[in-house]
Design a protein around this ligand. Structure first.
Ligand code: PMP
Length: 378
Protein backbone atom coordinates (compact mmCIF):
# COMPACT_ATOMS: atom_id res chain seq x y z
CA UNK A 1 0.00 0.00 0.00
CA UNK A 2 1.28 3.42 -0.73
CA UNK A 3 -0.40 5.52 1.94
CA UNK A 4 2.07 8.12 3.11
CA UNK A 5 2.10 9.31 6.69
CA UNK A 6 3.18 12.84 7.50
CA UNK A 7 6.77 12.96 8.74
CA UNK A 8 5.60 13.63 12.25
CA UNK A 9 3.00 10.86 12.30
CA UNK A 10 5.61 8.58 10.77
CA UNK A 11 7.94 9.03 13.69
CA UNK A 12 5.37 8.32 16.38
CA UNK A 13 3.22 5.65 14.76
CA UNK A 14 6.10 3.58 13.42
CA UNK A 15 7.30 2.98 16.95
CA UNK A 16 3.96 1.41 17.92
CA UNK A 17 2.46 -2.04 17.59
CA UNK A 18 -1.27 -2.68 17.40
CA UNK A 19 -2.61 -3.66 20.81
CA UNK A 20 -3.61 -7.32 20.60
CA UNK A 21 -6.57 -8.04 22.87
CA UNK A 22 -7.32 -11.59 24.02
CA UNK A 23 -9.57 -13.70 21.82
CA UNK A 24 -13.26 -13.91 22.71
CA UNK A 25 -13.97 -16.83 25.04
CA UNK A 26 -16.38 -18.51 22.61
CA UNK A 27 -13.73 -18.54 19.85
CA UNK A 28 -11.18 -20.05 22.22
CA UNK A 29 -13.59 -22.75 23.36
CA UNK A 30 -14.18 -23.77 19.76
CA UNK A 31 -10.48 -23.68 18.90
CA UNK A 32 -9.40 -25.69 21.94
CA UNK A 33 -12.41 -28.01 22.03
CA UNK A 34 -13.24 -26.98 25.61
CA UNK A 35 -16.67 -26.64 27.15
CA UNK A 36 -15.68 -24.01 29.70
CA UNK A 37 -12.94 -21.46 30.09
CA UNK A 38 -12.00 -19.45 33.16
CA UNK A 39 -10.81 -16.02 32.09
CA UNK A 40 -8.48 -14.34 34.56
CA UNK A 41 -6.59 -12.23 32.04
CA UNK A 42 -8.03 -8.73 31.98
CA UNK A 43 -8.62 -7.69 35.59
CA UNK A 44 -12.37 -7.82 35.17
CA UNK A 45 -14.81 -8.20 38.04
CA UNK A 46 -15.34 -11.95 38.61
CA UNK A 47 -18.81 -11.26 40.00
CA UNK A 48 -20.02 -9.73 36.77
CA UNK A 49 -21.84 -6.45 36.55
CA UNK A 50 -23.33 -4.62 39.53
CA UNK A 51 -26.95 -5.84 39.94
CA UNK A 52 -28.22 -2.25 39.95
CA UNK A 53 -26.69 -1.83 36.49
CA UNK A 54 -28.42 -4.94 35.18
CA UNK A 55 -31.73 -3.66 36.53
CA UNK A 56 -31.17 -0.25 34.96
CA UNK A 57 -30.29 -1.89 31.67
CA UNK A 58 -33.46 -3.98 31.68
CA UNK A 59 -35.57 -0.94 32.53
CA UNK A 60 -33.85 1.08 29.84
CA UNK A 61 -34.49 -1.62 27.26
CA UNK A 62 -38.20 -1.65 28.01
CA UNK A 63 -38.80 2.07 28.63
CA UNK A 64 -35.86 4.13 27.46
CA UNK A 65 -35.18 2.09 24.34
CA UNK A 66 -37.35 4.68 22.64
CA UNK A 67 -34.54 7.21 23.01
CA UNK A 68 -31.91 5.26 21.13
CA UNK A 69 -32.44 7.25 17.94
CA UNK A 70 -31.45 10.41 19.86
CA UNK A 71 -27.88 11.46 20.51
CA UNK A 72 -26.80 11.11 24.11
CA UNK A 73 -26.44 14.22 26.26
CA UNK A 74 -23.06 15.42 25.01
CA UNK A 75 -22.39 17.10 28.35
CA UNK A 76 -23.34 14.01 30.35
CA UNK A 77 -25.24 16.23 32.77
CA UNK A 78 -27.05 13.51 34.76
CA UNK A 79 -23.99 11.34 35.29
CA UNK A 80 -21.74 14.29 36.05
CA UNK A 81 -24.30 15.53 38.54
CA UNK A 82 -24.12 12.23 40.44
CA UNK A 83 -20.33 12.13 40.23
CA UNK A 84 -20.15 15.71 41.49
CA UNK A 85 -22.17 14.69 44.55
CA UNK A 86 -20.10 11.58 45.07
CA UNK A 87 -16.80 13.45 45.01
CA UNK A 88 -18.03 16.77 46.37
CA UNK A 89 -16.68 18.58 43.33
CA UNK A 90 -18.06 21.02 40.76
CA UNK A 91 -19.43 19.45 37.58
CA UNK A 92 -17.15 21.72 35.59
CA UNK A 93 -14.20 19.73 36.95
CA UNK A 94 -15.37 16.35 35.62
CA UNK A 95 -14.58 14.95 32.17
CA UNK A 96 -16.35 11.81 30.99
CA UNK A 97 -14.62 9.29 28.77
CA UNK A 98 -15.36 6.16 26.77
CA UNK A 99 -13.49 4.22 29.43
CA UNK A 100 -10.69 5.95 31.28
CA UNK A 101 -8.45 5.09 28.30
CA UNK A 102 -10.37 7.75 26.41
CA UNK A 103 -9.54 10.34 29.07
CA UNK A 104 -5.87 9.33 28.92
CA UNK A 105 -5.89 9.83 25.18
CA UNK A 106 -7.65 13.20 25.41
CA UNK A 107 -5.10 14.32 27.97
CA UNK A 108 -2.26 13.37 25.63
CA UNK A 109 -3.89 15.23 22.76
CA UNK A 110 -4.11 18.42 24.81
CA UNK A 111 -0.83 18.41 26.70
CA UNK A 112 1.54 16.42 24.46
CA UNK A 113 2.76 16.71 20.90
CA UNK A 114 5.98 17.05 18.91
CA UNK A 115 8.75 18.49 21.09
CA UNK A 116 6.97 17.44 24.29
CA UNK A 117 7.72 14.38 26.39
CA UNK A 118 5.64 12.04 28.53
CA UNK A 119 7.19 10.50 31.62
CA UNK A 120 6.06 7.17 33.06
CA UNK A 121 7.49 4.13 34.78
CA UNK A 122 8.95 0.98 33.35
CA UNK A 123 6.23 -1.70 33.79
CA UNK A 124 3.49 0.91 33.46
CA UNK A 125 0.12 0.58 31.73
CA UNK A 126 0.50 -0.12 27.99
CA UNK A 127 -1.80 2.71 26.96
CA UNK A 128 0.53 5.51 28.16
CA UNK A 129 3.12 5.00 25.40
CA UNK A 130 0.36 4.52 22.82
CA UNK A 131 -1.39 7.82 23.54
CA UNK A 132 1.91 9.71 23.82
CA UNK A 133 3.51 8.36 20.64
CA UNK A 134 0.29 8.73 18.67
CA UNK A 135 0.70 12.50 19.06
CA UNK A 136 4.44 12.30 18.36
CA UNK A 137 5.59 13.06 21.84
CA UNK A 138 8.79 11.59 23.19
CA UNK A 139 8.33 8.87 25.81
CA UNK A 140 10.64 8.76 28.82
CA UNK A 141 10.58 5.53 30.73
CA UNK A 142 11.75 5.76 34.33
CA UNK A 143 13.46 2.56 35.53
CA UNK A 144 11.24 0.85 38.09
CA UNK A 145 12.36 0.06 41.62
CA UNK A 146 14.55 -3.04 41.78
CA UNK A 147 13.39 -6.55 42.61
CA UNK A 148 14.92 -6.13 46.09
CA UNK A 149 13.05 -2.89 46.95
CA UNK A 150 10.21 -2.76 49.50
CA UNK A 151 7.91 -2.23 46.54
CA UNK A 152 9.59 -4.37 43.88
CA UNK A 153 8.90 -3.25 40.30
CA UNK A 154 7.05 -0.19 41.66
CA UNK A 155 7.29 3.44 40.56
CA UNK A 156 10.48 5.28 41.55
CA UNK A 157 9.14 8.81 42.06
CA UNK A 158 12.61 10.27 42.70
CA UNK A 159 13.62 8.79 39.36
CA UNK A 160 10.60 10.48 37.77
CA UNK A 161 11.85 13.87 38.95
CA UNK A 162 15.17 13.25 37.23
CA UNK A 163 13.40 12.57 33.92
CA UNK A 164 11.14 15.64 34.00
CA UNK A 165 12.37 18.75 32.19
CA UNK A 166 10.96 21.93 30.64
CA UNK A 167 9.51 19.89 27.73
CA UNK A 168 7.59 17.45 29.89
CA UNK A 169 3.89 17.74 29.12
CA UNK A 170 2.40 14.85 31.09
CA UNK A 171 3.52 12.47 33.82
CA UNK A 172 1.53 9.26 34.19
CA UNK A 173 1.53 7.52 37.55
CA UNK A 174 -0.79 4.68 38.50
CA UNK A 175 -1.59 3.56 42.01
CA UNK A 176 -2.25 0.67 42.19
CA UNK A 177 -0.29 0.10 39.01
CA UNK A 178 -1.04 -2.34 36.22
CA UNK A 179 0.62 -4.80 35.48
CA UNK A 180 2.50 -4.90 38.80
CA UNK A 181 -0.26 -4.29 41.39
CA UNK A 182 2.19 -2.10 43.32
CA UNK A 183 1.06 1.15 44.90
CA UNK A 184 2.39 4.45 46.17
CA UNK A 185 2.17 5.74 49.72
CA UNK A 186 -0.03 8.86 49.87
CA UNK A 187 2.82 10.84 51.45
CA UNK A 188 5.11 9.93 48.55
CA UNK A 189 2.58 11.15 45.98
CA UNK A 190 2.12 14.37 47.91
CA UNK A 191 5.87 14.99 48.12
CA UNK A 192 6.10 14.27 44.40
CA UNK A 193 3.34 16.76 43.57
CA UNK A 194 5.13 19.38 45.67
CA UNK A 195 8.33 18.80 43.70
CA UNK A 196 6.88 18.64 40.16
CA UNK A 197 6.96 21.96 38.26
CA UNK A 198 3.48 23.53 38.26
CA UNK A 199 3.30 23.53 34.46
CA UNK A 200 3.58 19.76 34.18
CA UNK A 201 0.30 17.84 34.16
CA UNK A 202 0.33 14.79 36.43
CA UNK A 203 -2.19 12.04 35.70
CA UNK A 204 -2.86 9.90 38.76
CA UNK A 205 -4.51 6.79 37.31
CA UNK A 206 -6.74 5.26 39.97
CA UNK A 207 -8.39 2.52 37.90
CA UNK A 208 -7.87 0.07 40.80
CA UNK A 209 -8.28 2.44 43.74
CA UNK A 210 -11.34 0.69 45.16
CA UNK A 211 -9.31 -2.46 45.72
CA UNK A 212 -6.84 -0.70 48.00
CA UNK A 213 -7.04 -1.10 51.75
CA UNK A 214 -8.69 1.96 53.32
CA UNK A 215 -5.55 2.68 55.31
CA UNK A 216 -3.46 2.95 52.13
CA UNK A 217 -5.90 4.90 49.98
CA UNK A 218 -4.87 8.43 49.13
CA UNK A 219 -7.30 11.30 49.48
CA UNK A 220 -6.66 12.43 45.94
CA UNK A 221 -9.84 14.48 45.99
CA UNK A 222 -8.25 16.83 48.56
CA UNK A 223 -5.08 17.12 46.45
CA UNK A 224 -7.12 18.49 43.56
CA UNK A 225 -7.58 21.68 45.60
CA UNK A 226 -3.85 22.07 46.09
CA UNK A 227 -2.53 21.00 42.70
CA UNK A 228 -4.26 22.54 39.66
CA UNK A 229 -1.97 20.42 37.46
CA UNK A 230 -3.34 17.13 38.85
CA UNK A 231 -5.74 14.92 36.88
CA UNK A 232 -7.22 11.93 38.71
CA UNK A 233 -8.71 9.22 36.49
CA UNK A 234 -11.25 6.61 37.55
CA UNK A 235 -13.21 3.89 35.80
CA UNK A 236 -16.50 1.99 35.98
CA UNK A 237 -14.82 -0.99 34.26
CA UNK A 238 -13.42 -2.75 37.30
CA UNK A 239 -15.27 -2.35 40.56
CA UNK A 240 -18.69 -1.92 38.92
CA UNK A 241 -18.06 -4.70 36.39
CA UNK A 242 -18.82 -2.42 33.43
CA UNK A 243 -15.73 -2.99 31.25
CA UNK A 244 -17.92 -3.80 28.25
CA UNK A 245 -19.89 -0.57 28.56
CA UNK A 246 -16.87 1.77 28.54
CA UNK A 247 -17.21 4.61 31.03
CA UNK A 248 -14.41 6.38 32.83
CA UNK A 249 -13.83 9.93 34.00
CA UNK A 250 -11.31 12.46 35.12
CA UNK A 251 -11.39 14.90 38.03
CA UNK A 252 -9.22 17.98 37.62
CA UNK A 253 -9.19 21.75 37.86
CA UNK A 254 -11.95 23.44 35.84
CA UNK A 255 -9.28 24.94 33.59
CA UNK A 256 -7.82 21.53 32.70
CA UNK A 257 -11.30 20.02 32.22
CA UNK A 258 -12.19 22.86 29.87
CA UNK A 259 -9.08 22.24 27.77
CA UNK A 260 -9.77 18.51 27.58
CA UNK A 261 -13.39 19.08 26.67
CA UNK A 262 -12.35 21.21 23.71
CA UNK A 263 -10.86 18.17 21.96
CA UNK A 264 -13.38 15.60 23.19
CA UNK A 265 -15.76 14.09 20.64
CA UNK A 266 -19.16 15.57 21.51
CA UNK A 267 -20.83 12.18 22.12
CA UNK A 268 -17.93 10.09 23.34
CA UNK A 269 -19.95 8.20 25.97
CA UNK A 270 -23.07 6.46 24.76
CA UNK A 271 -26.55 6.84 26.21
CA UNK A 272 -26.81 3.28 27.59
CA UNK A 273 -23.40 3.42 29.25
CA UNK A 274 -24.15 6.73 30.97
CA UNK A 275 -27.52 5.48 32.17
CA UNK A 276 -25.87 2.36 33.61
CA UNK A 277 -23.05 4.31 35.24
CA UNK A 278 -25.59 6.45 37.08
CA UNK A 279 -27.24 3.29 38.41
CA UNK A 280 -23.87 1.81 39.38
CA UNK A 281 -23.12 4.73 41.68
CA UNK A 282 -26.06 3.68 43.85
CA UNK A 283 -24.87 0.09 44.22
CA UNK A 284 -22.68 0.33 47.29
CA UNK A 285 -23.46 -3.25 48.31
CA UNK A 286 -21.82 -4.60 45.16
CA UNK A 287 -18.75 -2.42 45.69
CA UNK A 288 -18.37 -3.61 49.27
CA UNK A 289 -18.91 -7.24 48.30
CA UNK A 290 -16.44 -7.02 45.41
CA UNK A 291 -13.71 -5.30 47.41
CA UNK A 292 -14.06 -7.49 50.49
CA UNK A 293 -14.12 -10.72 48.51
CA UNK A 294 -11.20 -9.55 46.40
CA UNK A 295 -9.11 -8.82 49.50
CA UNK A 296 -9.79 -12.26 50.97
CA UNK A 297 -9.23 -14.11 47.70
CA UNK A 298 -6.14 -12.06 46.84
CA UNK A 299 -4.54 -12.97 50.16
CA UNK A 300 -5.30 -16.65 49.81
CA UNK A 301 -4.21 -16.77 46.16
CA UNK A 302 -0.88 -15.14 46.88
CA UNK A 303 -0.37 -17.51 49.80
CA UNK A 304 -1.03 -20.47 47.49
CA UNK A 305 1.36 -19.13 44.86
CA UNK A 306 4.09 -18.43 47.41
CA UNK A 307 3.61 -21.94 48.82
CA UNK A 308 4.50 -23.22 45.34
CA UNK A 309 7.70 -21.19 45.41
CA UNK A 310 6.29 -18.56 43.02
CA UNK A 311 7.17 -15.10 44.35
CA UNK A 312 4.29 -12.62 44.13
CA UNK A 313 4.67 -8.88 43.76
CA UNK A 314 2.84 -7.00 46.50
CA UNK A 315 -0.62 -6.13 45.14
CA UNK A 316 -3.47 -3.91 46.24
CA UNK A 317 -5.32 -4.40 42.98
CA UNK A 318 -7.65 -7.14 41.73
CA UNK A 319 -4.80 -9.14 40.23
CA UNK A 320 -1.50 -10.70 41.26
CA UNK A 321 1.71 -10.72 39.24
CA UNK A 322 4.07 -13.52 40.08
CA UNK A 323 7.49 -14.73 39.05
CA UNK A 324 7.42 -18.11 37.30
CA UNK A 325 11.19 -18.49 37.43
CA UNK A 326 11.14 -19.42 33.74
CA UNK A 327 9.72 -18.06 30.49
CA UNK A 328 6.04 -17.45 31.23
CA UNK A 329 4.60 -17.51 27.70
CA UNK A 330 4.88 -21.33 27.37
CA UNK A 331 3.18 -21.60 30.78
CA UNK A 332 0.45 -19.28 29.56
CA UNK A 333 -0.05 -21.49 26.46
CA UNK A 334 -0.19 -24.63 28.57
CA UNK A 335 -2.67 -23.02 31.00
CA UNK A 336 -4.84 -22.06 28.05
CA UNK A 337 -5.01 -25.68 26.96
CA UNK A 338 -6.22 -26.45 30.51
CA UNK A 339 -9.01 -23.91 30.01
CA UNK A 340 -7.58 -21.04 32.07
CA UNK A 341 -6.56 -17.70 30.53
CA UNK A 342 -4.01 -15.60 32.37
CA UNK A 343 -1.75 -12.80 31.10
CA UNK A 344 1.89 -13.38 30.18
CA UNK A 345 3.90 -10.19 30.61
CA UNK A 346 6.56 -10.56 27.89
CA UNK A 347 5.13 -7.49 26.12
CA UNK A 348 5.75 -5.56 29.35
CA UNK A 349 9.34 -6.80 29.35
CA UNK A 350 8.63 -9.08 32.28
CA UNK A 351 9.10 -12.35 30.36
CA UNK A 352 9.14 -14.57 33.45
CA UNK A 353 6.04 -13.12 35.09
CA UNK A 354 2.38 -14.00 34.76
CA UNK A 355 -0.49 -11.78 35.85
CA UNK A 356 -3.62 -13.45 37.14
CA UNK A 357 -6.86 -11.65 37.94
CA UNK A 358 -8.21 -12.50 41.38
CA UNK A 359 -11.30 -14.56 40.58
CA UNK A 360 -14.09 -16.04 42.65
CA UNK A 361 -13.08 -18.78 45.09
CA UNK A 362 -14.13 -21.39 42.54
CA UNK A 363 -12.23 -19.74 39.68
CA UNK A 364 -9.09 -19.45 41.79
CA UNK A 365 -9.32 -23.13 42.67
CA UNK A 366 -9.60 -24.04 38.96
CA UNK A 367 -6.65 -21.74 38.21
CA UNK A 368 -4.47 -23.39 40.87
CA UNK A 369 -5.40 -26.89 39.71
CA UNK A 370 -4.46 -25.97 36.13
CA UNK A 371 -1.26 -24.34 37.30
CA UNK A 372 -0.27 -27.44 39.25
CA UNK A 373 -0.94 -29.64 36.23
CA UNK A 374 1.12 -27.38 34.00
CA UNK A 375 4.02 -27.06 36.45
CA UNK A 376 4.08 -30.82 36.94
CA UNK A 377 4.45 -31.25 33.20
CA UNK A 378 6.92 -28.39 32.69
N1 PMP B 1 -5.58 2.42 33.77
C1 PMP B 1 -5.10 1.23 34.13
C2 PMP B 1 -3.91 1.19 35.03
C3 PMP B 1 -5.69 0.06 33.65
O1 PMP B 1 -5.18 -1.14 33.98
C4 PMP B 1 -6.84 0.15 32.83
C5 PMP B 1 -7.56 -1.07 32.32
N2 PMP B 1 -6.81 -2.11 31.91
C6 PMP B 1 -7.28 1.42 32.47
C7 PMP B 1 -6.64 2.54 32.97
C8 PMP B 1 -8.38 1.64 31.50
O2 PMP B 1 -9.58 1.16 31.86
P1 PMP B 1 -10.90 1.58 31.11
O3 PMP B 1 -10.54 2.20 29.80
O4 PMP B 1 -11.64 0.30 30.94
O5 PMP B 1 -11.57 2.55 32.01
Amino acid sequence: MSITLSDQAHAGIHGLHTYVPGKPIEDLKRELGLTSIVKLASNENPFGTAPAVKRALAAFASEGGNDLHRYPDGNGFALKHKLAERHDIEMSRITLGNGSNDVLELTARVFLGPGKNAVFSQYAFAVYPIVARAVNAETRVVPALGAEADMPYGHDLDGFLEHIDENTGVVFIASPNNPTGTWLAPGAIEAFMDAVPAGVVVVLDEAYLEYQADSERPNSRAWLERYPNLIVTRTFSKIYGMAGLRVGYALSSAEVADLINRVRQPFNVNIVAMHCAEAALADDDFVVYSTETNAVQRASLSQELEARGLACLPSQANFITFDCGRASTPLFDAMLREGVIVRPLASYEMPEHLRVTVGSEEENRIFLTALDAVLAGA
